[in-house]
Design a protein around this ligand. Structure first.
Ligand code: SAH
Ligand code: F3S
Length: 437
């Protein structure tokens, strides 16, 4: 009888894609997926280390899974991904029911690591960062038949002072462009029409004489590719060539997630983001001139060490100036070993102050998003139907500008492009109704 696995993933899109990679490796190793952890011989938790809160959640979940293990002796529990990389063997000391600690560059040998853990009764740690591992040649186990994540880059060469990613995922590694294009063609052959190119600073992609705009154009021109997105670009690598590629290639969606982090030059400098507020706003203007209807979202951190009320007001000002369609907002979380933790000793922002700022920021972001979305009600848009909505009988669909639209419809519409009228908005998402096209 073949062995069974359960993989659960926390964190960013890159991590979700890594989850598909891990499942692909396990499937090729003869493992079968089960629909709940209680039935699995191997349970892998694919973790995120970006903020303290993300790690606490995972630790709680791993403790819960230990109960599954006690009820089913012999089950192996592995903690994988960024938190595994960050904590290494310390994880096993902290939670002794963890049998394996596996970093993001060790997934190719998952079956061997599992065998090793089974033989030795746990105690397996592989957190080597392998500068040549970009997982070429491995088949991912795709969860969606509609849209596919395509990692084109792993790791990060920036060193933002708050960020743990360069430590957990190592330096930037880019995939061979021909392999990326071949993979997309194969998936398109299976009926997938939307592709999301992934990388920590995806637009810094470079391979021989290929740069990101060239790769983006090549993907957009593949027959059967209807939509291409990418995430997340770094503002410094946002060039005129990239904007032109987006404006000129029909398949590239008019949408971008462009992390800003702060609207204050003093804070940006201490974050080592390598751009000023004005330069960022300049990039936004360049985008909007070329692609007037582009939808923009961002990431913002409040309470970074030394952020005072004036700095925070500058961030609010920037949000008012750019008028984002959406923003992910975070309270600064000190990560051991990152340079910002040394600034913290002098300039720590008290928790209640940071919390207050976060709430004000969220209120502003929501207000602007709701105003913008309300103005779109009544429009006719094309959506790609993605899946059943979480609740009720509705389907979840998305516009090219990445807006979620819930529509009534049939299961077999999943994967189709349809014209819908936007009938209402919750402020964040839309309801819509299919119309004849
Ligand atoms: N370049 C990556 C960023 C990954 S981290 C990408 O965009 O794909 C995602 C977001 O988490 C960051 O943009 C930042 O806003 C937030 N973040 C990272 N480290 C943080 C920390 N120590 N505290 C709070 N938020 C953080
Ligand atoms: Fe992190 Fe900055 Fe890279 S946010 S992932 S170090 S671009």
């Amino acid at each position: 009888m073949s062995k069974t696995y359960w993989v659960e993933t926390y964190g960013c899109q890159m991590n979700l894609s890594d989850g598909e990679l891990m499942e692909g490796v396990l499937a090729s190793g003869g493992y079968t997926q089960v629909s709940r952890p209680e039935d699995a011989d191997v349970i892998l938790v694919n973790t995120c280390a970006i903020r303290e809160h993300a790690e606490q959640r995972v630790l709680g979940r791993v403790a819960e899974l230990n109960r599954v293990k006690r009820a089913r002796p012999g089950t192996l529990i592995g903690v994988c991904g960024c938190m595994a990389q960050r904590l290494g063997a310390r994880l096993i000391e902290r939670a002794e029911h963890v049998d394996m600690v596996i970093g993001p560059d060790a997934y190719r040998s998952l079956p061997q690591l599992i065998d090793q853990a089974a033989q030795n009764g746990g105690g397996v740690v592989d957190i080597e960062l392998r500068s040549s591992e970009n997982y070429e040649g491995l088949e991912l186990r795709r969860r969606s038949q509609v849209s596919a994540w395509i990692p084109i880059q792993r790791g990060c060469d920036y060193r933002c002072t708050f960020c743990i990613v360069p430590r957990t995922r190592g330096s930037e590694k880019n995939r061979v462009p021909e392999a990326v294009l071949r993979e997309i063609e194969e998936l398109a052959g299976e009926g997938i029409t939307e592709f999301v190119l992934l990388g920590q600073t995806v637009n810094s992609y470079r391979y021989d004489d290929w740069d990101f705009p060239r790769l983006l154009r090549a993907v957009a021109r593949l027959p059967a590719v209807r939509r291409v997105r990418f995430t997340s670009p770094h503002p410094n690598d946002l060039t005129r060539e990239l904007v032109d590629a987006m404006a000129e290639e029909d398949a590239v969606c008019p949408q971008m997630h462009l992390p800003v982090q702060s609207g204050s030059d003093r804070v940006l400098k201490r974050m080592a983001r390598r751009y000023t507020r004005e330069e960022y706003i300049g990039k936004v203007s360049m985008l909007r001139e070329a692609i007037p209807n582009i939808a923009l979202s961002t990431d913002i951190i409040v309470g970074f060490p030394g952020e005072d009320e004036r700095d925070f007001e500058s961030t609010l000002d920037l949000v008012r100036a750019v008028r984002y369609d959406d923003a992910f907002t975070f309270r600064y979380s000190p990560r051991e070993g990152t340079p910002s933790t040394r600034m913290q000793e002098d300039w720590c922002v008290p928790e209640h102050v940071a919390q207050g700022r976060l709430e004000r920021l969220i209120a502003l972001v929501r207000e602007i998003a709701a105003e913008k979305n309300l103005a779109e009600v009544g429009n006719l848009v094309e959506v790609l139907v993605e899946k059943r909505a979480r609740r009720g009988e509705l389907l979840q669909a998305r516009t090219d500008r990445y807006k979620v639209v819930l529509i009534p419809g049939l299961q077999e519409w999943i994967g189709r492009y349809m014209k819908v009228a936007l009938t209402g908005t919750s402020g964040a998402t839309f309801t819509g109704f299919p119309v004849e096209s």
